[in-house]
Design a protein around this ligand. Sequence first.
Ligand code: NAD
Length: 475
Amino acid sequence: MIPVLIGSKWERPPRETLPVFNPATAEEIERVPLSTAADVNCAVTAAAVAFEDWSRTTVMDRQRLMFAYKALLEQHVDELAAIITRHHGKTLSEARGEVRRGIEVVDFACAATTILQGRTLREVGAGVDQDCYRYPVGVVAGITPFNFPVMIPLWMFPLAVVCGNTFVLKPSERTPLGAVRLAELFVQAGFPDGVLNVVHGTTECVNALITHSRVAAVSFVGSEAVAAHVYREAARTGKRVQSAGGAKNHIFVMPDADIATAIPSILNSAFGNAGERCLAGSVAVAVGSSAKPLLAALTESAEKLVVGPGDRDGVDIGPLIRDEHRTRVLEHIARGVADGARIPVDGRGYVQQPGYFVGPTVLDGVTHDMAAGRDEIFGPVLSIAYANSLDEAIALANRSAYGNMSAIFTSSGASARRFRDTVQAGMVGINVGTAQPFGFYPFSGWKGSFYGDLHMQGQDAVEFYTRKKMVISRW
Ligand code: NAD
């Protein structure tokens, strides 16, 4: 059984457990405990005790520790990537990319002495100065999804703690091993006891955490319904909340697009991480005369993608996270076909037992009236839709309940600008298929993709993890 981390002690209290699998082989590789509300209370109490000293530690000392942590992460990139592949399934190169993206946020946290600065204005009135200082908020809780077991925890706790907060992390019960290794390295870097705590589990544990009276702020990433629930419950109990939800991302291909650039980008966006990505471009919208060449090129290229275990050379698409999830993805495909979509590339025949594999699938002629055009499938399924004009394409994307990412492929600056200004998505790609902001900018979903005000990463996260004090002084 994997341990919990309470006040920098790794513990294995006897608890009910769930299996953790290698999704490429369906083998059970670990058991994760279901932390109870009492366990959560111990973790939050340890964090609250640690906050007393940690919040008074100098910013230089916090920054030095973050540099030590960054150095350890750099030394363990390959090990962390192997852990990700082993219990998530994505390919090793995708896993390495995930670790690098996570370390980018740590790089930003290493700039604490700059990013935590306040503002001052002297002589606002006669002999009166105005200062703005940042203070930590207290104990922060972070709850993360299965699909980025290392990167998404790194969106949260490094920035929270460098701001002077202490943290309780609840990683996904399906992929908890990355967070455990991150926490071991964090302790090894020399952070004091209780600055980072880790509990495990599902609903009971999460609900205890997001309503605990000594938790001041909650960072959540997961599916839309749970994101909305966490936002409501944590806010109801007086906490600040940033809660990122699901997605259905559209990629537009204009008649003037460079198809040679667009095709690999769309394939990577739709099928990378086996489609288990909140930035997956899962609907390609062919505008006007791009329809024929786009369908031909996408179909031909998708058929060539190699499905298999993520640690095998040459594999493009690893397994899905669980058998139940594979079943759900297969049901989505069947429903798409029943609703009238054509299926030029059918990944259902790809059954490589006993892992949870589905091959790349292309559903053609998908409309917003079909579930395949609206719902997040979270698998290697690319829907193709058609629009007569850019405005029609934008209107289609804007009907989505989600607003995480959208992208356009075009050689027209005017089209790109019109798209940028009117599409309702927080992250926008122009000739880029997966518009992931760099670690020093906010990760910014709109509509059902995000509940809250201040996003993950970048200066938004610094705002979220600090509260401001205005000092007006006269001497
Ligand atoms: P999930 O919602 O099932 O789980 C996320 C976390 O919430 C986990 O830690 C889980 O234990 C917990 N949880 C699950 N059900 C709960 C409940 N009823 N009450 C309280 N807590 C609960 O999400 P997932 O399947 O792990 O992750 C995939 C989802 O996350 C997709 O929808 C994806 O789009 C989304 N996601 C969004 C972003 C983003 O930035 N918007 C990034 C990554 C993933």
